[in-house]
Ligand binder design. Structure first.
Ligand code: ZN
Length: 118
């Protein structure tokens, strides 16, 4: 196997630098978005008490990530349908089971719609 030594020309070095700067900027943007998202979720938990689907109170003391009546933040217009995750109006409190049922309903409706078009 031939040994090739990679020579860093000034151009390559500049390119590498540019890449890592871009990466850093992307990561910073992702961090910002994540922070905004967390803040929005905290706001939802503070401001809302009822499930946006069934209208009954959500027990925010239920911990963990599996309890069907546990609290979750849901997006009435899902992200896959173009919903904005950072829009307060599109960020609502829900029961986990209600969110799951809602998402399944939407996906089924979308699948049906797609079939109808084809
Ligand atoms: Zn509910």
């Amino acid at each position: 196997m031939a040994r090739t030594s990679r020579q860093d020309t000034p151009d390559q070095a500049r390119q590498d630098q540019g890449r890592s700067r871009r990466k850093t900027a992307e990561a910073a943007q992702q961090n910002r978005t994540a922070r905004q998202h967390l803040r929005l979720e905290a706001q939802v938990y503070t401001e809302e008490a009822d499930c946006f689907r069934c209208g009954t109170p959500v027990d925010q003391n239920i911990e963990g990530t599996t309890h069907p009546w546990g609290p979750v933040v849901a997006h009435p217009r899902p992200l896959w349908a173009g919903g904005n995750p950072l829009d307060r109006a599109n960020t609502r409190l829900a029961h986990r089971r209600c969110k799951t049922a809602y998402c399944e309903q939407l996906r089924a409706a979308q699948a049906a719609g797609t079939r109808a078009v084809n």
